[in-house]
Design a protein around this ligand. Structure first.
Ligand code: HEC
Length: 100
């Protein structure tokens, strides 16, 4: 159990570092910026950090990332992402994912 916790912290630190590298940008062109799906994405994924580009992950990885973000919300006692919104932002991320 302890080992697992340390492993998780290590992975989180690595990923934070990866996230930092891209957070210096002033403006980023997200795909479909005019769409309702983008609004849902921007609303749900900009509370803690700048929303990453959908190309940050291949489509098959996005559901796990979203699930982890949901845990971050719960840990901080913030309102979880609504199920209807999860479906919309999952579709948005997977449509524009890396390798598409
Ligand atoms: C409650 C705060 C919070 C919200 C809301 C949030 N994130 Fe995060 N996000 C974090 C934290 C903390 C990290 C660093 C630790 C980690 O990777 O889990 C992170 C890291 C990331 C990373 C970099 C790590 C990786 O796996 O590539 C991505 C991508 C990401 N978030 C995507 C999203 C998306 C997509 C949403 C909307 C569904 C979202 N985040 C909403 C807190 C949040």
């Amino acid at each position: 159990m302890r080992g697992a916790a340390f492993f998780f912290v290590g992975v989180a630190a690595l990923e934070l570092a990866a996230c930092d590298a891209s957070s210096n940008r002033t403006h980023t062109d997200y795909p479909d910026e005019q769409s309702e799906a983008f609004n849902v994405y921007a609303r749900n994924c900009s509370e803690c950090h700048a929303p990453p580009l959908p190309s940050a992950h291949p489509a098959e990885e996005w559901p796990n990332v979203i699930a982890r973000m949901q845990q971050h919300l719960v840990h901080r006692s913030m309102a979880p992402i609504a199920v209807a919104d999860i479906l919309v932002l999952r579709e948005y991320l997977e449509t524009h994912a890396a390798g598409k």
